[in-house]
Ligand binder design. Structure first.
Ligand code: AKG
Length: 333
């Protein structure tokens, strides 16, 4: 559990870095699972003519980077949620990774203890969750360079990714480092105290990729507080509130930078992404409602994928117009 001092820092600053929460032994099975997922992706992409080889003999990092440079679709195959926009995507290559070791990370007792310290004992997953496998920025070409799942992450607040139904939901971001994340490798940056306005800041639609919206510098600097970098070691956790303004630097190193951003909320509150599933991870009052079987998790995401791809899912997946409306706002120029 977090100490009173840590909770105070989180309340005051809107972020908290907790070093090396998980160790190699926790992470190695998940790495092995991702090696298998990469092999599956390589086979699918090769079969469909998207890549020249499956690159079986390369180590994970090089194999990932080589395949990604030939086919950006790789990034959708390894994702841990589903895309929000399907234009130009091959449906066969769209899925949410739901392996048992990912499941194990999402409900790892050490992570849930941290979450419980902040949210209390009725905890569910929030489906706004991402894996970010970021190659060196210099290897990214074209539109890929502007995707925050592989390139730098623009300044934003996490509440901005949720639909209006979640405006009052207590949402906690648990960012988790699978590799070290130094400044050179593209660590997180935050504006300390930016959560204190308790308001959604104006975001502009992304310049090259509309979906990558951003808070313009003039708004970030309104309180005259400089960004703080949060370099950390593999296994570390960064907590962010839903209002904390944050981004991530570009990966200027020669190594792969890998993180997960997971989200948790109080059970029963709207998720802000109603088309996607949410799971009870911990319930102090009704432990029998906890989801402990990875097959339940896998099936729920597979069913969601099916509903979305078949068109059976009719409501919007996200708040499409919220930031597009600011296109002509001078602050976004
Ligand atoms: O890891 C990153 O690049 C950004 C993570 C992020 O923006 C988030 O956790 O909300």
């Amino acid at each position: 559990m977090l100490s009173a001092a840590q909770l105070q820092q989180f309340a005051d600053q809107g972020f908290l870095l907790i070093p090396e929460v998980l160790v190699d032994a926790d992470l190695q099975p998940l790495e092995a699972e991702y090696e298998d997922a990469l092999s599956e992706a390589a086979a699918q992409l090769f079969q469909r003519g998207h890549i020249r080889s499956t690159y079986d003999d390369l180590p994970f990092d090089d194999r990932y980077m080589t395949i990604l440079s030939e086919s950006p679709s790789l990034f959708y195959y390894l994702g841990i949620s589903l895309p929000l926009d399907y234009e130009g995507l091959d449906p066969n290559l769209v899925r949410a990774h739901t392996g048992q070791h990912l499941f194990g990370l999402l409900r790892h007792p050490k992570i849930l203890d941290i979450v419980e310290s902040v949210l209390g004992g009725e905890i569910s997953s929030n489906p706004i969750q991402q894996v970010r496998l970021k190659p060196p920025q210099r290897l990214l070409t074209g539109t890929m360079a502007d995707y925050s799942n592989v390139g730098a992450t623009t300044w934003h607040q996490d509440l901005g990714a949720a639909m209006d139904e979640a405006l009052d939901t207590e949402l906690l971001t648990v960012w988790f480092a699978m590799t070290d994340a130094s400044e050179e490798m593209g660590c997180l940056q935050v504006i300390p105290g930016s959560h204190k306005d308790s308001a959604l800041s104006l975001h502009c639609p992304g310049k090259n990729n509309q979906a990558e919206n951003y808070i313009p510098t003039s708004i970030l600097q309104r309180h005259g507080i400089n960004p703080v970098s949060l370099p950390c070691r593999r296994g570390s956790v960064v907590l962010l509130t839903k209002y904390t303004e944050h981004g991530a630097l570009a990966n200027e190193s020669d190594r792969l930078r890998w993180s997960f951003d997971l989200r948790y909320q109080k059970t029963g509150e709207p998720t802000g992404r109603p088309a996607f599933p949410s799971f009870v991870w911990r319930s102090r009052s009704r432990p029998e409602t906890e989801i402990t079987d990875p097959r339940v998790y896998e099936k729920a995401w597979a069913d969601t994928r099916q509903r979305v791809l078949s068109g059976e899912q009719t409501g919007p997946l996200y708040e499409q117009d919220r930031w597009l409306r600011n296109r002509d706002n001078p602050v976004c120029a």
